[in-house]
Design a protein around this ligand. Structure first.
Ligand SMILES: Cc1cc2nc3c(=O)[nH]c(=O)nc-3n(C[C@H](O)[C@H](O)[C@H](O)COP(=O)(O)OP(=O)(O)OC[C@H]3O[C@@H](n4cnc5c(N)ncnc54)[C@H](O)[C@@H]3O)c2cc1C
Ligand SMILES: *[C@@H]1O[C@H](CO)[C@@H](O)[C@H](O)[C@H]1NC(C)=O
Ligand SMILES: *[C@@H]1O[C@H](CO)[C@@H](O)[C@H](O)[C@H]1NC(C)=O
Ligand SMILES: *[C@@H]1O[C@H](CO)[C@@H](O)[C@H](O)[C@H]1NC(C)=O
Ligand SMILES: *[C@@H]1O[C@H](CO)[C@@H](O)[C@H](O)[C@H]1NC(C)=O
Ligand SMILES: *[C@@H]1O[C@H](CO)[C@@H](O)[C@H](O)[C@H]1NC(C)=O
Length: 581
């Protein structure tokens, strides 16, 4: 005997499978609460929510799962489902996924005004669906500086880890880096750990041993499904406010569905505690605030957006950690790896590595993993000359590149907490237009000094025995490596690493991104310590846009932790012990 409730559920699931094209055979999980945005008006349930979360990304998913334990939550995500999308689910498709420039792609490429090709996630699960998977926590010192409750932080990380994180079985490339780092003095070896410790370690990953990716969307399994509704392809246009009272109060959002139709979703007005929480990422969150009337006066005037509150800091202090890498030819093809081993130096540059080589004998099917031509990490061309079109055409002519140029891997360094700062400029009132973003890489001399240190450390690693055993570097002259690298769309290499000027030039010419950009809604400037937007009621921002510094060596662990952490904090504040979390 099938109950009426189950019958409705089955029908909804069927509807979902028809409407969401990415729900296919590869699907390992099904969620009854995932719906296409257009279903919003036709469903019988109330349209009033205790929490509306804008952005089902790295922070938004754990936050929604947690709040739904006690309250009705609406999670609005502009992208589609990660389930059944092979570009998302398999490590071997990492570069293909980032190269997909179609409107339905999980990755939305953009180029900063600096000329560095970058990307924004556009899928349920956000950055965790397109990233390199490396999982590593922030240090207790970082947690202390931010002012988080260390005990709750230490409970929130494992909540993520037991659901979606593994330790990798490291292959030859990552193992060579591990040994090379130790021989070059980046010691001790701290083993397999999520902790941020000086020296060398192997961190966690959201890929399993078969290369299958878990994502932040999987954290929604921990939700109360009766209190959570997730709408896919729901693009929020702006936040609506009630401006009658002393302070403007956020009351709802306006969003478009996958057919372009507009809807409005409202907060539960019976209690002042209902809130809208923006988790749209470091570009999406400041953009949404400005288009909702909270931002610098001159921006609101130029765009003719009705002002709710002037705040000159919104969209300012955009930061991106510059990355530079060196290609290392090897004797034999190496197995694909993204990031698994890291060297944490005291100078504030972090050393990581990636390798990627198809088993094919022609170069068109080979790739360099995170440094692939397909992604547009065109570091053979100085930033100001790069473009998305050039990247696209380069990827297509890859067949002219000799196969040897794909035999090898990269060692990369990223600098911690860049002092160079930029901003974003909104180009028009369409939320779908990515703003102009500027990061001003290396405009601060200390950032350049740390890059030089990082590159010199990589050079030392290359001279160690573990790399001599693995690589061909010793068999080629620098000029030969350089020539091969340039043809393969990989780095120039500095001619003399003992010449500071030459390495500085190398840093500037080959700068790319490791996609850890953050800022735009900083704590103390746009939001308070509890992530409440200054000057208005019922509105918070919880995601990477609030971070003053990128946490740990790589941020995703801490951004997910932050979603869980803030969810628990909000529940405990409202319910005390009764929160039960
Ligand atoms: C290619 C790549 C590789 C990376 N590699 C690693 C790595 O190996 N390890 C690591 O720790 N970190 C890595 N990162 C960084 C990390 O993934 C990000 O810092 C993190 O995911 C950012 O989380 P977030 O919650 O701030 O934003 P996101 O996860 O981007 O979430 C924002 C969400 O909001 C949605 N959204 C935006 N605007 C709207 C709107 N108006 N309406 C509705 N929805 C909206 C977006 O579609 C998105 O899903 C990588 C990132 C990239 C892109
Ligand atoms: C995966 O990416 C490729 C392009 O890189 C694209 O052609 C393909 O349609 C994408 N697949 C899915 C399921 O989105
Ligand atoms: C946006 O960036 C482009 C490329 O750098 C530049 O030509 C344009 O003038 C910028 N627009 C605004 C409004 O800043
Ligand atoms: C949190 O855990 C880390 C180890 O992962 C430890 O060093 C730190 O002291 C802990 N913090 C608190 C407040 O317990
Ligand atoms: C590289 O050089 C070493 C000696 O330094 C030699 O034994 C080895 O055969 C060379 N490898 C190739 C592929 O030429
Ligand atoms: C750097 O080293 C090379 C060879 O090792 C040497 O010829 C050159 O003079 C050195 N340059 C400087 C600036 O020390």
């Amino acid at each position: 005997m099938v109950s009426r409730k189950e019958e409705i559920l089955v029908k909804l699931l069927a509807l979902l499978c028809i409407l969401a094209p990415s729900q296919g055979k590869g699907q390992r999980h099904s969620f009854p609460y995932l719906r296409p945005a257009s279903s919003f008006s036709s469903l019988p349930q109330t349209h009033y929510y205790d929490y509306i979360i804008v952005g089902g990304g790295t922070a938004g998913c754990p936050l929604a799962a947690t709040l739904s334990q006690k309250y009705n939550v609406l999670l609005l995500e502009r992208g589609g489902s990660p389930y059944g999308n092979r570009n998302v689910s398999y490590m071997q498709n990492f570069h293909i996924s980032l190269a997909d420039m179609s409107p339905n792609s999980a990755s939305q490429p953009f180029i900063s005004t600096d000329g560095v090709i970058n990307t924004r996630a556009r899928v349920l699960g956000g950055g965790t669906c397109i990233n390199a998977g490396f999982y590593t926590r922030a240090s207790p010192r970082y947690v202390n500086e931010v002012g988080w409750d260390g005990k709750l932080v230490n409970e929130s990380y494992p909540w993520i880890e037991r659901r979606i994180v593994h330790f990798p079985k490291i292959g030859p490339w990552q193992d060579a880096l591990r040994k090379g780092l130790l021989q070059a003095g980046v010691s001790p070896f701290n083993g397999y750990t999520y902790d941020h410790l000086y020296g060398t370690k192997v961190g966690g990953t959201i890929f399993d041993d078969t290369g299958y990716r878990s994502t932040a969307a999987d954290l929604l399994k921990a939700s109360n499904p009766r209190k959570l509704r997730v709408l896919l392809h729901a693009t929020v246009q702006n936040i609506m406010f009630n401006t009658q009272g002393q302070k403007p109060k956020a009351i709802g959002v306006r969003f478009k569905d996958e057919l372009g139709h507009e809807h409005k979703a409202y907060l539960n007005q019976k209690t002042a505690a209902s809130e809208i929480i923006i988790s749209s990422g470091a570009i999406g969150s400041p953009q949404l605030l400005i288009l909702s009337g909270i931002g610098p006066k001159e921006d609101l005037e130029r765009l003719r957006v009705k002002p709710i509150l002037y705040n000159q800091h919104v969209g300012k202090e955009m930061l991106d950690n510059p990355m530079n890498s060196i290609f290392v030819p090897t004797k034999k093809p190496v197995k694909q790896s993204l990031i698994e081993t890291v060297g944490i130096t005291k100078v504030g540059s972090f050393i990581e590595a990636s390798s990627g080589f198809g088993q094919s004998s022609d170069s068109i099917h080979c790739h360099h993993g995170i440094m692939s031509a397909e992604i547009g990490q065109l570091s053979t061309i100085p930033p100001k000359q790069r473009s998305l079109d050039l990247a696209r055409s380069f990827a297509q002519t890859k067949k002219d590149i000799p196969i040897e140029a794909f035999r090898g891997g990269f060692i990369l360094e990223k600098i911690d907490g860049p002092l160079s700062k930029g901003q974003l400029t909104i180009l028009n009132t369409d939320i779908e237009t990515t703003p102009n973003v500027t990061f001003n890489y290396f405009s601060h001399p200390q950032d350049l000094r740390r890059c030089v240190f990082g590159i010199r450390t990589i050079e030392q690693i290359l001279r160690t025995k573990s790399f001599a055993d693995l690589s061909d570097v010793h068999n080629y002259s620098s000029e030969e490596v350089l020539r091969m690298s340039v043809r393969a769309n990989v780095n120039f290499i500095p001619k003399q690493t003992n010449d500071t000027k030459s390495v500085e030039q190398f840093c500037r010419d080959t700068v790319i991104t490791i996609w850890h950009y953050h800022g735009g809604c900083h704590v103390g400037k746009v939001v308070d310590q509890e992530y409440r937007v200054f000057g208005v009621d019922g509105l918070r921002v919880v995601d990477g846009s609030t971070l003053l510094k990128s946490p740990g060596t790589n941020p995703q662990a801490t951004v997910m932790m932050m979603g869980r952490y803030m969810g628990v904090k909000i529940l405990r504040t409202r319910l005390g012990r009764a929160a039960g979390v």
